[in-house]
Design a protein around this ligand. Structure first.
Ligand code: ADP
Ligand code: MG
Length: 243
């Protein structure tokens, strides 16, 4: 599904990613972990086509990312950025509908019964019906992150990239959010890549972990393999995160 070949990325004289090689299969749930500044968000920006590598290439479904047109790429891949949604005054349902842009015509319209049904399903699944006409900026962090997920769902992608989606949530809402992602992933056979700041949550929800340290991949494997590896202590400066 995703092939990363010998990627280097620098900003000016600062090298942020070095010789990244990685294969992601359809339907996998990957967690990307590593200390602050290890290059996790940069990797997400490269996978989403927002940033370009200085060396190497990234292929989605056998084609280079740079060959995709914008709308075409948006039907394949959706991203939830680290900062989430900006606190705009648009009503919740309209924000989620913005996820439909890859399927809308040049007037920004899409008048199919199927699209309306999809919107209804998403609103119900995320328990957002009561908030449908509420402006986004008055919502709590947990509610706003659910709207962000709804917008990404409306995009009906094959691949979802999430950058620390639960950072600003309390533990109850962290679990609620990850449960929604995991349910969607199973239903849709989705490929998920999520930067995770919490190793416990990563171990619970991801079937593979990629560990970055100072811009390099220092380990990859199942959560069990990663947590039991010697590397974890030197990278995270702890004996084990798992309690
Ligand atoms: P992480 O998400 O793992 O915390 P990032 O990918 O955000 O790490 O950043 C890795 C390094 O690249 C950091 O040193 C950061 O300051 C630097 N960096 C990230 N984006 C830019 C940018 N647009 N311009 C310059 N430096 C950047
Ligand atoms: Mg980051």
């Amino acid at each position: 599904m995703i092939e990363v070949h010998h990627i280097d990325k620098s900003y000016g004289s600062l090298t942020v990613l070095k010789d990244i090689n990685w294969q992601v299969r359809r339907g996998q749930f990957w967690g990307v972990i590593g200390p602050n500044g290890s290059g996790k968000s940069t990797l997400i920006s490269l996978l989403s086509g927002v940033e370009k590598p200085n060396r190497g290439q990234i292929k989605l479904g056998g084609r280079r990312i740079s060959e995709y047109k914008r709308k075409e790429l948006s039907r394949k891949l959706a991203v939830l950025q680290q900062d989430g949604l900006p606190p705009v005054a648009y009503p919740v349902r309209e924000v989620i509908e913005m996820g439909r842009f890859p399927f809308q015509n040049w007037r920004g319209r899409e008048n199919s019964e199927a699209a309306r049904q999809l919107m209804d399903e998403i609103m119900a699944k995320l328990e957002l019906n009561e908030l449908a006409s509420r402006p986004l900026h008055v919502l709590s962090g947990g509610q706003r992150q659910r709207v962000a997920l709804g917008k990404v769902m409306a995009q009906q992608p094959e691949i979802v990239l999430l950058d620390e989606p639960t950072t600003y949530l309390d533990i109850r809402h962290q679990v609620q959010f990850m449960e929604l992602v995991a349910g969607w992933q199973r239903e849709a056979g989705l490929t998920v890549i999520s930067v995770m700041h919490d190793l416990n949550l990563a171990a619970l929800y991801c079937d593979q972990l990629l560990v970055l340290h100072q811009g390099r991949v220092v380990a990859e494997g199942t959560p069990e393999q990663i947590i039991n590896s010697e590397m974890i202590e030197s990278v995270f400066h702890v004996k084990s995160h798992i309690v």
